[in-house]
Design a protein around this ligand. Sequence first.
Ligand code: TRP
Length: 456
Amino acid sequence: MDSASSVHGQWSSRFAYVLAATGAAVGLGNIWKFPYIMGENGGGAFVLVYLLCILLIGIPVMMAEVLIGKAARKSPGKAVEALAVSSGHSANWKYVGWMGVWAGYLILSFYVVIAGWALAYIFYSGQGAFTHRTSEEITALFGALVSEPRTLMFWSFLIIAGTVIVVGKGVQKGLERAVSYMMPALLLLLFVMAGYAVVNGSPVEAFNFMFKPDFSKLTVNGVVVALGHAFFSLSLASGIMTMFGAYLPESTSIAKSSVWIAIADTMVALVAGIAIFPIVFANGMAPEAGPGLIFQALPVAFSQMPAGQLFGTLFFIMLVFAAFTSSIALIESSVAWLVEHHAMSRWAAAALSGGGIWLLSIGTSYSFAEGSWAHFSIGTIQTTYFELLDYLTANIMLPIGGALLAIFVGWMMKTAVLSKMITEPAVLRLWKITLRYVTPLAIIFVFLNLVGVITL
Ligand code: TRP
C-alpha cells in the first residue's frame, strides 16, 4: 500500500481485503494476550463481556473506520479532516485520527518485545529445549529469558529491523502473499494444538473455566480490560482500518466484510484459549500466570506430544509471522505521517520510526526482570513500565478514540453519505442507532465505573 494522500488503488477482491485485514487483526493479541487476560480476569464472565464488546462496540466501530476510509479515499488523519470539513464541522476532528497514530506507535513498542519472545522460542524449540521437560523446568526457562533485558533488546531489535526493511522497501505486497498461506497454516496448527489439548489435557475444567460465566469473578477492571481488548484485537482506533477502507472496491459491503473479520479474529482467540487452558489445568499451572502464560503452557504440550519439537518450531514461526504482519501495519501510520509531513524517503521514515520504537521498547524489555528500574509503585499499586503502557494504550486510548470515532460518524457525518456507504437499509438503521447511542454510552459508562463515579 502506498501512502499517497489520495488513494486510487483497490483490493483485487473482497476476499483479498478480508484476508489482509484479518492478517493485521490476528496477532499476538489473539494468541498471547487474550488467553492470559482471560486467565487473570476469571474466565467465562470475562469472555462473555468480551464477546458483547466485539458485537456491540467492535463491529460498529470497525464499520465506521472502514467507512471513513472508503468515503474519503485518504489516509486516516486527512480522511477524518476532509469528511469533517465537508459536513460543516471543525477540522480539529483530525486529532482523533492522530491519537490513533500515537496509540499504534506506543502499542508497537511493547508488541515487538513480545514478538521477540516468540522469535527466541523458535530457536529454543528447534534445539529441543522443551523435549521431555517438566512444567517447572519450562516455566523456569521462560523466567530465565525474561530476566535478561539485554537479550530481549536483541530479539526485539531483530523484529524491528525486519519490520523496517519490509516497510522501507515497500514490499508488503510480497509479504501479503506469504501471509495468505501462513494464516491458514497457523489456524490449522492451532486446531491441532486444541485437539491435542482436549484429548490429553483437562478439557472439562478448561471449558467450565472459559464458557461457564461466574460473575462473582468479574471486576470493573475486568470489564475495562475486555472492552480495551476488543479494540486491540480488532486493530481499531489506530488508523489501520481507515487505511484499508481507502482501498475498498465500491461494491464491497462494509457491514458483511467487518462481520467476517470480527468472526475470524474472535475464532482464532477462542481456539487459542482451547489449546492452552486444558494444558494449564492438567499440569497444575496457574491460569492467572500473566503475560508468560502461553510461553509456559504451550511448550508443556510440545514437550509431551509426538513430534513436539517440529510442531513447536512451526508454531512459533507462525506466531512470529502473525506478529510481524501486525507490526508492519502498526508502523505504517507513523511512516506515512513522516513521509507526508516531513518529505522523508520511505527508508528514512521507516528507520527513524523503528529507532524510536526500539528506544521506547527498552522499558518493556526491563519490565519482566525482577527488581529492575522498570518496576515501580503508584500509591499502593505495584506496576511495571509494560503494564502501564499496555493499560494506557489498549484500555484508555483505544476506547476513547473509538468513542470519538463513533460520535463523529454517528452524529457529524451526513446521513446521505452514510446511506451511500452502507447499502443495506435495515443494517444502516441498526448500525446508526448503535453508533450514536450504544457505543459511546457504553464506553462512558465503563469509564465512569472505573473512576468510581458510579458503581455497577
Ligand atoms: N490486533 C493486533 C493483535 O491482535 C494488535 C493491533 C492493535 C494492531 N492495533 C493494531 C495491529 C493496528 C495492526 C494495526 O495482535
